[in-house]
Design a protein around this ligand. Structure first.
Ligand SMILES: Nc1nc2c(ncn2[C@@H]2O[C@H](COP(=O)(O)OP(=O)(O)OP(=O)(O)O)[C@@H](O)[C@H]2O)c(=O)[nH]1
Ligand SMILES: [Mg+2]
Length: 196
């Protein structure tokens, strides 16, 4: 059954791992390059307008933002990476935070990796996939902003990513604007959030 996301509400922001909600439920994390469309994807998938803050200024989401779908079922908007104007030391700190979160978080049931369909698989996307591969965490790649590509270019981008990632991830064309791929993403996330 597809979860009802319409009552999703903001729960809390965490600046460090010590600040996370209890590691007892199930959660799905949204990661990706800064400005790739993570917050927009969260809003489109839940159908709750203005839930996660969308910004024209890359690097806006610097905290782990927790949203409660229902009791102990969370969606987590992770800080974006790879924005060149963020100082290297700060970028390294984000990298450590994300790596520690992925390896330590028992509640983590799946990862949504958002990539701009026009330039997928950046170096940092690959690094993130390398961290998560040993965890056997299911991964859904959303190729975002698909509305900015022609249908044939979008399909070509999807084929390229599928070829690179093989069985490591499901790959879905997505647009928060046209809502394409939204239902498919809901299905996958619902499965991950439902109890075993
Ligand atoms: N055309 C189009 N624009 C989009 C889409 N999704 C996001 N955008 C735009 O891309 C920009 C960044 O979107 P965000 O959702 O804030 O991206 P983010 O990954 O959360 O960014 P950070 O929080 O900075 O890491 C905004 O200007 C959005 O309006 C989409 O599907 N289509
Ligand atoms: Mg964001």
């Amino acid at each position: 059954m597809v979860a009802d996301f319409r009552h999703t509400r903001f729960l809390k922001s965490a600046a460090s791992l010590g600040d996370l909600p209890p590691d007892s439920g199930r959660e799905v994390a949204f990661a990706g390059r800064s400005n790739s469309g993570k917050s927009s994807a969260l809003n489109a998938i839940t159908g709750v307008k203005g839930l996660a803050r969308v910004s024209k200024t890359p690097g806006r989401t610097q905290l782990l933002n927790f949203f409660a779908v229902s009791e102990a079922r969370y969606l987590v908007d992770l800080p974006g990476y790879g924005y060149a104007r963020v100082p290297l030391a700060v970028q390294r700190q984000w990298g450590r935070l994300l790596e520690n979160y992925f390896s330590a978080r028992g509640a983590l049931a799946g990862l949504v990796l958002v990539m701009d369909a026009r330039h997928p698989l950046t170096e940092f996307d690959s690094r993130l996939l390398a961290w998560t591969a040993p965890l056997r965490l299911p991964v859904l790649v959303l190729l975002s902003k698909a509305d900015k590509l022609s249908r044939s270019a979008a399909v070509a981008a999807q084929r390229q990513v599928v070829q690179r990632l093989q069985a490591q991830a499901q790959v879905q064309l997505f647009s928060a604007l046209s809502k394409s791929g939204v239902d498919a993403a809901r299905q996958v996330i619902s499965t991950w959030l439902s109890s075993p």
